[in-house]
Write a protein that binds this ligand. Structure first.
Ligand code: SF4
Ligand code: SF4
Length: 379
């Protein structure tokens, strides 16, 4: 969505606080970035004062550190380990409980959340992550009630990226650093003496919300500076991924020796899948009372890196770490497109930052492609 002078508004710091208050007044639980446990993670915000004021992040393969910026930017960082997935598809969620009375069971499906979520500061790659998970969980032939009940009434106040991390590559997969759609409001933060936010409206809910807070019309100069923020971020992406022909190259190199090489480094810990905003695999656990009077079914995140994930009668079918890494990489970057008509990676870089041994999906994809032999097969 191009910045249009006739619709864009400008919000100052008081206006940002008023925006959070307006969300609370509409009974949203406001989820946004705050410093916690040495990282910028998503958590409920009581006011705009909770934002990570003056903090940025230094991210490299297997490395994350908070860094002081020396200014009072509210959104001067890239992304933390959490994505909205943590709220829309929680790591643990109840599916149902059942109570027995000696003659039968009464089923009680899980309650939807008591409040709607408003995501403040959600990044363009995270909006893309939500759109990817929508294709998984809200379809004509399947509607996941847990995801849908959390997802359907969300409100998003996105912030276009001005500070990409060293592990980011959204520009090369077309998901950022400027959000084109999928938001209710989108802000570009202009830090400086006249600290302000250029606001774009993306929906009627966004328009109604913005009308409740003090704003000024954006000047032509504001729009130029706002566009420069994301143009500059685009040039400063730490990494890139060439998606042209990627699916065919990866599927043509399933026997690549690079998978054995990466398996020597990979711990099969599953971190990359847990931090990924698009990974959606879960498992079910039943918790039964010993006397048979009560049971609760819980859904928990699962990972294709565990040996049990591919268990079928007789054992797991992906016993080696190389086969599990290959499953993950080729699903993300190749077969996801067959399944959901979209790439399974939005270029957020989390799997690179939070891999304890710094395995880099962009580097591995490049190396695996390089082993492909013309005419089929791989070295
Ligand atoms: S695969 Fe890695 S870079 Fe891509 S969306 Fe998932 S965590 Fe982000
Ligand atoms: S690639 Fe890294 S994060 Fe993923 S399972 Fe292997 S060691 Fe863990």
């Amino acid at each position: 969505m191009a910045l249009a002078a006739e619709t864009a508004r400008v919000l100052d710091l008081e206006g940002l606080e008023a925006l959070v208050e307006a969300l609370h007044a509409r009974d949203y639980e406001v989820i946004g970035p705050r410093v916690r446990d040495g990282v910028i993670s998503l958590a409920p915000l009581s006011s705009a004062a909770d934002l990570p004021i003056g903090w940025s992040d230094d991210q490299r393969p297997g490395h994350y550190r908070l860094v002081e910026r020396g200014d009072d930017a509210r959104f001067g960082y890239a992304v933390g380990p959490d994505a909205p997935k943590r709220w829309l598809l929680p790591p643990h969620s109840e599916v149902f409980e059942a109570e027995g009375d000696g003659t039968g069971f009464t089923l009680r499906p899980a309650e939807p959340p008591s409040r709607r979520f408003a995501f403040l500061g959600v990044r363009p790659c995270e909006l893309a992550g939500i759109a990817v998970q929508d294709r998984v969980f809200i379809r004509d032939d399947l509607r996941d009630v847990t995801y849908a009940s959390r997802r359907e009434d969300i409100l998003t106040v996105a912030v276009h990226c001005g500070e990409p991390a060293g592990t980011c590559f959204c520009a090369s997969v077309g998901t950022g650093p400027r959000a084109e759609d999928g938001f209710d409001l989108a802000l570009t933060e202009l830090v400086g003496e006249d600290h302000r936010f250029v606001v774009e409206v993306g929906s009627e809910q966004g328009r109604e919300l913005l009308a409740a807070v003090p704003t000024e019309p954006a000047a032509e100069g504001d729009l130029t500076v706002a566009a420069a923020v994301t143009d500059d971020a685009s040039r400063r992406m730490g990494r890139d991924l060439d998606t042209e022909g990627l699916r065919e190259d990866l599927l043509g190199a399933l026997g690549s020796s690079r998978y054995r090489d990466v398996a020597r480094r990979c711990l099969a810990c599953g971190n990359c899948t847990f931090v990924c905003p698009t990974c959606f695999c879960t498992g079910l656990v039943d918790r039964n009372a010993l006397d048979g009077s009560h049971t609760a079914r819980e859904r928990t995140w699962n990972s294709c890196f565990t040996i049990g994930f591919s268990y079928i009668h007789g054992g797991g079918i992906r016993e080696s770490v190389s086969s599990r890494y290959r499953q993950w990489l080729t699903h993300k970057l190749a077969t996801w497109q067959d399944q959901f008509d979209v790439l399974g990676c939005v270029g957020c870089g989390r799997c690179i930052t939070w891999c304890p041994v710094g395995i880099d999906i962009t580097e591995e994809a490049r190396a695996i492609r390089a082993t492909a032999v013309p005419g089929g097969g791989a070295r």
